[in-house]
Design a protein around this ligand. Structure first.
Ligand code: BGC
Length: 725
């Protein structure tokens, strides 16, 4: 699975006759397996590079693209940015001043005030590492932002970057130099315990948002950590289970968010607890080789806490830092003396660490703060509120019961609506919220409403529900690192059914980490998913319930109709990702199984119309720009997340459609905006497991644009000349 540089020719490069492609050849994979490569048939390319031809000048949407001259290296990784080269030079100068003992101390954790600590060496300060994906973990006086899955439901790149920057600022204020986030494992298993820390089930969405999170965090001179590399899609048996994932699936799905983070300049990657195809992730030469040599990651790989199992094997596979202590790397000095680890490898570990620190600028300007500093601000609370508001996803709204009429009396049912409001998930990502505004308190503070409360635990709820105009049932579905959810049940089916039987205007608000089943769906008027909303829970929800804000969230993961439709956490020690590329909506589409609510779906208080899809040559050679008009046809301002899905030619063996572009657009009532989504050559590429490289399949591609994975409002076809695998 390690990319073999000698075979990193593209199909297209081969087609150009740039290498000896006309005879079968064999390559040796790191595993010792051999793969026979099929011969390439040289093809003539047009002069002058990639060409784009509209099929007709009359506005026809179909077009032709010739990507004959795109090579696979450019599909996988770009050139190193100058600031990285400069940071590495500064790091090399520091490295030259370190003694062997100092180098050894820099590659293993020690004790201290943070979740991870590295002692000071030479003129360098001690290094401080802290979780996590949803904000500064565990310390007090921080902002409790909505969980990353809520951020993902906004599909708002700029908002996620602001969130990253705000978290980074708070981390720095606490004295943190390396933040253990973002988390980018995919929600392959709907019940996985850490889905709330993730950006959902789609590798493109997760990659786009993770990259923005990284940019935000690192803009504050804090190193970001892409975690957990790789194949850590459930908690059950996470420390020992072996995730069996084929090469193509690794590259097209599970590496993708890491690849996007590497492009964004992420400084650290955390290898995961589990094994991948036999070897532990922190001593896996295949996957760590793919990360460093293949994706071009130039930063350092740190172990998850206690995920290192060897000294020389881990060091030689590519682990650069053992956390939280040097249980194994304390043996590095001896391993170097015994020549089982090269001195150059230790130097490379330290160089990688120093390069990432230099690149964000933290060594020249270390943080002045400490864990007891007060770092939450009014501006961050406002951002938390905005993010929570934007994330709220409206799944059902029969007869437009929402937004609520303030003249109607409301019964709030369930502790999550009152004394126990939902805020954050559990485990290492747990954030100590300074306060949580409950939905009940937020509704009461609106002043002009009749609001009552019942905790829903006794039959008193029936009379209370009958007496109210509207019943709002709040359900918190807990989730935490360390265990998967036992099922996709909300845990409140009986309560919801009981309240719905008593009051026809029952609305369910789910504070959930991801998908839940809804056996009561037909009996309720409306359903909102408010995720884990952070400290501003009630304020965000109140503004959506009463229409000050329009719900604009879209599902970043599928809600299946039945648990059997998507994988459950496996209790086996070998977890076979037998579905390959077919996870989430890709699985449901492939099987022809309708979801309960589709990936990308979310209703609004207004309505949108899509029109006039046109394909043109994009700004970059070989890219295609898809433009279309989006109109707010309703009576309120609101955001729509326009999504572009690509259907590959059948020969490519892809799922029926894959997300390749999206834009969140805010429109006034009646406003029309032209939206542009650019598709780069990489968008059309697949991974060839025989060539260990990306290539662009030739054939007819279908482009669909709409408001969810199940809403092909517009479509076009694109004929691409690429190459055979
Ligand atoms: C988690 C990591 C976390 C680390 C330090 C581990 O249990 O898997 O995500 O960063 O602990 O808290």
């Amino acid at each position: 699975m390690v990319p073999k540089l000698t075979t990193l020719f593209s199909a297209l490069g081969c087609a150009l006759g740039l290498s000896a492609c006309d005879s079968p050849r064999a390559s040796t994979a790191a595993s010792g397996m051999t793969a026979t490569h099929r011969p390439w048939v040289p093809r003539a390319c047009p002069d002058g590079g990639p060409t784009f031809e509209p099929a007709a000048e009359d506005g026809s949407t179909n077009a032709k693209l010739d990507l004959c001259r795109i090579d696979s290296a450019s599909l996988e990784r770009g050139a190193e940015p100058p600031e990285l080269v400069a940071a590495r030079a500064r790091a090399a100068a520091r490295l030259a001043l370190l003694s062997q003992d100092e180098k050894l101390r820099l590659v293993q954790g020690s004790s201290g005030a943070f979740v991870g600590n590295i002692p000071a060496v030479g003129d360098m300060p001690a290094l401080s590492l802290q979780d996590g994906p949803a904000g500064v973990a565990r310390f007090g006086d921080v902002t409790a932002f909505p969980a990353p899955i809520a951020l993902a439901a906004t599909w708002d790149r700029a908002l996620v970057q602001s969130f990253g920057a705000a978290m980074g600022e708070e981390q720095r204020g606490k004295g943190v130099m390396i933040q253990l986030a973002p988390m980018m494992n995919l929600a392959r298993v709907p019940a996985a315990g850490r889905n709330f820390e993730s950006f959902g089930e789609d590798p493109y969405l997760a990659g786009e948002l993770a990259a923005r999170d990284v940019l935000g965090i690192q803009s504050q001179k804090v190193v970001a950590t892409a975690k957990h590399f790789v194949g850590n899609e459930q908690e059950t048996n996470r420390s020992s289970a072996d995730s069996r994932i084929d090469e193509r699936t690794l590259h097209e799905l599970y590496y993708e968010p890491f690849a996007a983070s590497v492009k964004a300049g992420v400084g650290a990657v955390m290898c995961s607890y589990n094994r991948v195809n036999g070897a532990y992730a922190c001593e896996n030469p295949a996957t760590l080789g793919d990360l460093k040599a293949g994706l071009g990651f130039s930063g350092f790989v740190m172990s998850d806490w206690g995920a290192t199992h060897s000294t020389a094997e881990a060091a030689n596979a590519g682990l650069d830092l053992e956390m939280p202590r040097g249980q194994n790397f304390s043996g590095l000095a001896a391993a170097i003396s015994a020549q089982s680890v090269a001195q150059a490898r230790l130097d490379d570990m330290v160089l990688r660490l120093l390069t990432s620190l230099e690149r964000v600028g933290v060594l020249g300007d270390p943080p002045a703060g400490s864990p007891t500093a007060v770092v939450n601000t009014a501006a961050h609370a406002e951002l938390a509120r905005q993010a929570a508001t934007e994330s709220i996803t409206l799944l059902k709204n029969d007869a437009a019961i929402l937004p609520l009429d303030p003249a109607k009396s409301v019964l709030v049912v369930g502790e999550a609506g009152g004394p126990q409001p939902s805020a954050v998930g559990g485990g290492s990502a747990f954030v100590n919220a300074p306060y949580v505004v409950s939905p009940l308190a937020a509704l009461q503070s609106r002043g002009n409403l009749t609001v009552n409360y019942d905790d829903g635990t006794s039959d008193s709820v029936l009379a209370a529900a009958q007496a109210a105009d509207v019943a709002l049932v709040f359900v918190h579905v807990p989730s935490s690192e360390g265990q998967d959810r036992a099922s996709l049940s909300s845990g409140a089916d009986a309560l919801i059914a009981k309240v719905a039987a008593a009051n026809p205007n029952t609305i369910v608000v789910l504070n959930a980490p991801g998908a839940v089943l809804m056996p009561w769906l037909a009996q309720v008027r409306a359903v909102l998913v408010a995720w884990y909303p952070g400290q501003e829970n009630g304020n965000a929800l109140g503004s959506v319930l009463y229409g000050d804000a329009n719900p604009g969230g879209k599902l970043p993961l599928s809600f299946p109709a039945s648990e059997a439709d998507l994988p459950q956490p496996s209790s086996a020690h070998t977890i076979t990702y037998a579905e390959g590329l077919a996870i989430g909506y890709r699985a449901l589409d492939s099987a022809g199984t309708p979801p309960l609510f589709s990936f990308g779906f979310g209703l609004s208080y207004t309505s949108f119309a899509y029109s006039a899809l046109v394909l043109r040559a994009g700004a970059e050679p070989g890219s295609v720009s898809a433009t279309f008009d989006l109109t707010n046809t309703g009576t309120r301002a609101g955001s729509e997340v326009a999504q572009l899905y690509l259907g590959f030619p059948a020969s490519a063996g892809e799922p029926p459609q894959v997300l390749r572009g999206f834009e969140r657009v805010l429109l006034r009532s009646g406003e029309t905006r032209s939206v542009e989504i650019e598709l780069r050559p990489r968008s059309f590429s697949c991974w060839s497991a025989s060539q260990h490289a990306r290539y662009v399949p030739s054939g007819t591609y279908r482009i669909t644009v709409g408001g969810s994975a199940r809403d092909a409002a517009l479509h076009a076809e694109l004929e691409i000349t690429g190459s055979a695998p």
